[in-house]
Design a protein around this ligand. Sequence first.
Ligand code: GTP
Ligand code: ZN
Length: 366
Amino acid sequence: MEEEDECPELVPIKEENVGPTAQIPVTIITGYLGAGKTTLLNYILTEQHNKRIAVILNEFGEGSALEKSLAVSQAGELYEEWLELRNGCLCCSVKDNGLKAIENLMEKKGKFDYILLETTGLADPGAVASMFWVDAELGSDVYLDGIVTVIDAKYGMQHIIEEKPEGLVNEAARQIALADLTIINKTDLVNDTELGQLRDAVRSINGLVKILETQKSRVDLSQVLDLHSFDTKDGVRLAEKMQLVRSNHAHLDKTMLTVTFEVPGSVSEELLNIFIQNLLWEKSIKNEAGLPMTVIRLKGIISFQQKQKKVMLQGVHELYELDDTPELWADQEPRINRVIFIGRNLDGEILKKEFISAVSNNQSLE
Ligand SMILES: Nc1nc2c(ncn2[C@@H]2O[C@H](COP(=O)(O)OP(=O)(O)OP(=O)(O)O)[C@@H](O)[C@H]2O)c(=O)[nH]1
Ligand SMILES: [Zn+2]
């Protein structure tokens, strides 16, 4: 696995004004090899629900050919067809063919209400997420609802702390870092102490993520589907959740973790964009050891100068967007920027200082 994904283009996303009602949610289901992703999909497909769900499985077949299975669950029936995909960069193959596959499927079977996409255990869900988040052609039909990471209760810890050779990413940790929801599965195989340790490890990587615990991936569907993790509708809840998040400090340079800060005042939109681009694209913000901070997930609520609405900041890898939420800053409400960064080589104190010096134009922040 290469550390850098070459596919995503470095452009901020401008969201078209399309009503979410018309769009089909996509939930990305990721997790390390054997964690219980397929078990989860099967469970969702067979559970009672009123949705017509399309499932896309991304698996490596024999040899290097990538195969994709498509199934539509409708009234208990399971349609399935296989699509052969070309070889090549996983992210590009999945991108081109994944979208085409969905279009084909919709043409053949008509529209459905929900798409579940299982990535291979070693895939970078960030690349897959980016394609749904960004795609202009399908943008009016599909939106990214959330990233769900299934974790093996017994072997998850081992995967998270595994040391990777220089330049390689720990995929298990990255999948947790990117997640909106984690499901710790196979709890039958561990005791309470082990489970608690794993929960703490997950929490220290991703301070925002919701954690469920299951056996055989049996979850309450309402906790998994329709999360709206990337919508501005989530803005109010996000602001509340962020207040509970605490910064972590790395034990090792490579540790994936969450840092957060609050900065009172209102910032310049232009300067904030430059700050984010320096951080995400130029990677010019470094920690004490001189290593570039690598952010793979970013969330925030921002107060812009001369703007009444609260603005939501979202980022996945190099992609980010700034969108107005429906919420206004109330007259008496103190204006505070709250940002959460998840990634590697992060230092919350340094990031905060860099943020303040970057976004305050000649006036003070207040
Ligand atoms: N003991 C136990 N086994 C489980 C549980 N959930 C799933 N399994 C088993 O774990 C194995 C892997 O489950 P899958 O759902 O195929 O895992 P996956 O993440 O889709 O695996 P890959 O696609 O190969 O990465 C299967 O044999 C499951 O029956 C659980 O809660 N407890
Ligand atoms: Zn599977």
